[in-house]
Every structure is written in C-alpha cells, then in structure tokens.
Design a protein around this ligand. Structure first.
Ligand code: B12
Length: 157
C-alpha cells in the first residue's frame, strides 16, 4: 500500500488562523497526512519535523520577515541533518523576500488568492519528488553496503 505523504504545517502568528485550517483540510481531503504544528519558531519546527518524520515542511508566514526567519530555519535544519526535506512557504511574502528565500532553497512560495487546488497539487508533487530521491539514495547506500561501487549513479542522485 502506498504510504501517505506527511506534511508538517506550521505558522508564525496567532491571528491569521483561517488560511492555516483551510489549507490543512484541503491537503487532508487530497489524501495527505497533515501534522498540525501550530505556531512554531524555526527551532521548534525542526524538532517536530524530526519527531514526526515528515516528507515536507510548510510554513505559513503572515507577520514575520521571511528573509530573516527562513535562513534561520535552513540553518537549524542543516544543524540537525534534515536539509533534504523540502520547504514550502505561503502567506504574506514580499516579492523581494520571495526571490531571496527561493535562492536560499525554498521550493515554492504561495501568495493570497492562489487556487487551493494548485497549492495542494504543487505541494504533493514536491513531496513525492523528495520521497523518490530519498528512497533512491537509500537504495544506493544498500548497493554500496553490499560492496558494489556505483559512484557515478550515487553522485547523480
Ligand atoms: C482575514 C484577515 C484577518 C483576520 C484573520 C481571521 C482568521 N481567523 O484568520 C483578522 C481580523 C483577525 C486579522 C487581523 C490582523 N490582520 Co489581517 N488579514 C486578513 C485578510 C483580509 C485575509 C486573510 C485570509 O484569511 N485569507 C484567506 C486564506 C484562505 O488565504 P491565505 O491566507 O491568503 O492563504 C492562501 C495562500 O496564501 C496559500 N497559503 C497561505 N499560507 C500558506 C502556507 C503554506 C505552507 C502553503 C503551502 C500555502 C499557504 O494558501 C491559501 C490558498 O489560497 C488579509 C488580506 C489578504 N488579502 O490576504 C489581511 C492581512 C493578512 N492582515 C494584515 C494585518 C496587518 C492584520 C493586523 C496586524 C491588523 C491590525 N493592525 O490589527 C491584524 C493582526 C493582529 C496582530 N497583532 O498580528 C495584513 C498583513 C500585512 C503584512 N503582514 O505585511 C493583510 C495582508 C491586510 C493588508 N493588506 O494589510 N486579519
């Protein structure tokens, strides 16, 4: 049976809850397992991602400065060795910040009025791609363990 995608959804503010719940139910209706992180700092978010073994991290940013909070998130992810988990961001993201955070590694940024179906489809595609890469990497390591050298293939993953 196909394992369901595990999506960690967190947010930065208390007031703008509606989009958080709307998104959570849309993803859940599409067959995604949504881990509700609630309001989390990057540090807490990383701990939750590890404990819940998620495939993708979603951060809803309504109040914070994305260009400050996202580099902190990536730094914490790297410290804990989970930098391969894709991160998607939505909310109030100024255009200048969008460019910076995408350069830093954010896979996708969603703005107000993005059609929910588009958001859900994109999130699921990104998570599936990351999962496929992860399992291929596991396979490469297994081959390596059994003594066969497949360096070129491993490096291309
Ligand atoms: C409704 C609303 C409120 C409600 C929230 C009610 C609730 N329970 O959620 C209330 C009245 C509480 C509120 C309060 C405030 N608000 Co207000 N609010 C809005 C408003 C009009 C709509 C937000 C909304 O719910 N949209 C509907 C949801 C479904 O859509 P969404 O959030 O845009 O999400 C979509 C995408 O962005 C994406 N998405 C969003 N997040 C994520 C996350 C991930 C991981 C993914 C994949 C996708 C994704 O998916 C959704 C699908 O389309 C926006 C304006 C706007 N057009 O966005 C202002 C807005 C967000 N608010 C704003 C402000 C300033 C405030 C206040 C500070 C105002 C004040 N001075 O008191 C306060 C907050 C108080 C505080 N101390 O922080 C500003 C934010 C400005 C900024 N950050 O730069 C906005 C943009 C209004 C404006 N033009 O100035 N607000």
């Amino acid at each position: 049976m196909e394992q369901r995608i595990r999506f960690l959804l967190s947010r930065d503010d208390w007031y703008h809850q509606r989009g958080y719940w709307v998104l959570a139910s849309a993803l859940r209706n599409a067959g995604t397992e949504v881990v509700l992180g609630g309001i989390q700092t990057p540090k807490d978010l990383v701990e939750t991602a590890i404990q819940e073994d998620v495939d993708i991290i979603g951060y809803r940013i309504m109040d914070a400065a994305p260009k400050i909070i996202i580099p902190i998130l990536f730094e914490k992810m790297k410290e804990k060795g989970i930098q391969d988990i894709p991160v998607v961001v939505g909310g109030i993201i100024p255009k200048k910040d969008e460019i910076l955070i995408k350069e830093a590694g954010v896979k996708e940024v969603f703005h107000p009025y993005s059609p929910l179906e588009t958001v859900v489809e994109r999130v699921r595609t990104i998570a599936m791609e990351a999962r496929a890469k992860k399992s291929l990497r596991g396979l490469c390591l297994t081959v390596w363990d059994s003594g066969t050298l497949l360096t070129n293939w491993t490096n291309s993953v």
